[in-house]
Design a protein around this ligand. Structure first.
Ligand SMILES: [Zn+2]
Length: 263
């Protein structure tokens, strides 16, 4: 499996992806908003885009579909309930469905509601697994829920699905927000050594060369995986004095998401 992360350089800081089979050169384009860069990358690599997948229905993920499909004849894949929200879906997928790319690549669909209720993440079962997380999990952060989402569903997705993936899973999100997210982590947990160590390497960085984190790292510096950290809870109480002595993880997650909305 070859993963090509494409930095769009746009104001929304989107990452687009091409996932290719090294034997056949067939490729899957994930959320190819920047259709020109996606098509150009495939051309340079000698790949044929045969499928497009939208992680979810937001325009900054679907806006390049038409141009890529017109140029390649690729089939469009999205969440099975996304049909009314994304035009001309050829294949609606559910949890556990497998997307094959060429001869060698298999990606498993995860139904990951929260950012929106029709959100798909893809995971590979390669030696070092990969997760294409759309706007659900960001490097050092979590997606927002204010455009068709639900914070309880996002919490459940984090604890019941994402946190249970192998620790060596590489994380490929839909946007580059790592610098701002690490600053949020340090505002919530000023003694977080992993965030302190990583921040200088991503401050004012070139997102095209941005670090690819693993889930192990995310559990160290992503506040939304650190719901039982005494330091996170103590600091949260300063903003929410009514927080119980031992708040449950879901309450902590919801309060953190609330603070992140104003960050
Ligand atoms: Zn989105």
């Amino acid at each position: 499996m070859i993963v090509e992360r494409i930095w769009t350089g746009n104001a929304y800081r989107n990452f687009n992806y091409l996932i290719a089979c090294p034997e056949t050169g067939e490729a899957l384009a994930i959320d190819p908003l920047d259709h020109e860069k996606t098509l150009a990358t495939a051309r340079v690599k000698g790949w044929q885009i045969t499928q497009v997948l939208n992680t979810h229905e937001h325009y900054d993920h679907t806006g390049g579909n038409e141009a890529v499909i017109a140029a390649t004849g690729a089939k469009l894949i999205a969440h099975h309930k996304a049909g009314g929200r994304i035009a001309r879906v050829d294949r609606g997928v559910k949890a556990g469905d497998v997307i094959k790319v060429g001869k060698t690549v298999e990606l498993e669909c995860m139904d990951t509601p929260g950012h929106t209720m029709c959100h798909i993440c893809l995971r590979s079962h390669t030696d070092q697994p990969a997760l294409f997380s759309g706007d659900t999990l960001f490097n050092a952060g979590a997606g927002n829920v204010h455009n068709g989402g639900d914070v309880s569903a996002l919490y459940a997705t984090f604890v019941e699905q994402l946190a249970r993936l192998p620790d060596n899973t590489r994380v490929y999100p839909g946007h580059d927000y790592i610098e701002n997210n690490l600053r949020f982590t340090l505002a919530r947990e000023p003694d977080n050594a992993a965030a302190k160590a990583l921040l200088p390497t991503v401050a004012d960085h070139d997102p095209a060369k941005s670090v690819v984190t693993t889930l192990r790292q995310e559990k160290q510096f992503n506040t939304f995986f650190r719901l039982t950290s005494p330091s996170v809870i103590a600091r949260l109480r300063e903003s929410f004095p009514d927080l119980p002595d031992e708040p449950d993880a879901k309450t902590v997650f919801i309060k953190l998401r609330e603070l992140r909305n104003q960050w």
